[in-house]
Write a protein that binds this ligand. Structure first.
Ligand SMILES: [Zn+2]
Length: 209
């Protein structure tokens, strides 16, 4: 059994990954954690969010994603002229130069990866909320694992903030609605698409094979 994708749970028993002690699994409340009596290793943690809450946050993330992409992330005022740039426009601008590869990576990490994450999470959570295993569950869960390192909204945020600070010396630069939406989206994605989502394997009783 691989411990990377599934904790050592089976038939209501928990095996300590460090010293192989066997315990009976007890449902944990939010904020609670279970530790091994012999070696004090962490056995499990109570989840802070229910499936319903995760689903609601995923819907919120989808809306924020729309806002982040439809509204400008930066607006620049120069001699009375206002220029507003959306995320997509900035990726497009990169694609016109010789640095198409960077545009590709940027597009992937700030638009496509978060979009896919939100779509996959919505799919598996919507079914999980009804106690059903979503069609293609295993593929979706694996894709979510692979997407995590590609979703780099925080890096993008940092880049935009640095750009705003640097440009503000020369131009009249303002963060747009899209940037605020992106900041909130970043927090939501970190909250819902983290490793904790692996619990769905256990809760739905699907064995990663
Ligand atoms: Zn132990």
């Amino acid at each position: 059994m691989t411990t990377e994708h599934s904790p050592a749970h089976s038939q209501g028993l928990i095996i300590c990954e460090h010293c192989d002690s066997l315990y009976e699994a007890v449902p944990l409340k939010p904020g609670e954690s279970a530790h091994c009596l012999r070696c004090h290793a962490l056995l499990g943690r109570g989840h802070r969010l229910s499936i319903e809450q995760l689903l609601a946050l995923t819907v919120a993330a989808a809306l924020l994603f729309l806002f982040a992409n439809l509204f400008p992330v930066i607006s620049i005022n120069m001699k009375g002229l206002t220029n507003e740039v959306t995320l997509w426009q900035s990726v497009e601008a990169l694609a016109q130069g010789r640095i198409t590869l960077i545009a590709l990576v940027a597009g992937l990490s700030i638009i496509f990866a978060p979009l896919l994450q939100i779509a996959l999470l919505f799919w598996v959570l919507l079914h999980a909320q009804q106690g059903v295993v979503a069609p293609g569950f295993k593929t979706c869960m694996r894709a979510l694992e692979h997407l995590r390192p590609w979703s780099m909204l925080e890096v993008c945020m940092l880049g935009i903030l640095v750009a705003i600070i640097k440009l503000s010396g020369m131009l009249d630069v303002h963060p747009g609605v899209g940037l605020w939406a992106m900041a909130m989206l970043m927090v939501l994605i970190l909250l819902i698409a983290n490793r904790d989502i692996r619990r769905l394997w256990d809760e739905l009783g699907v064995r990663p094979s």
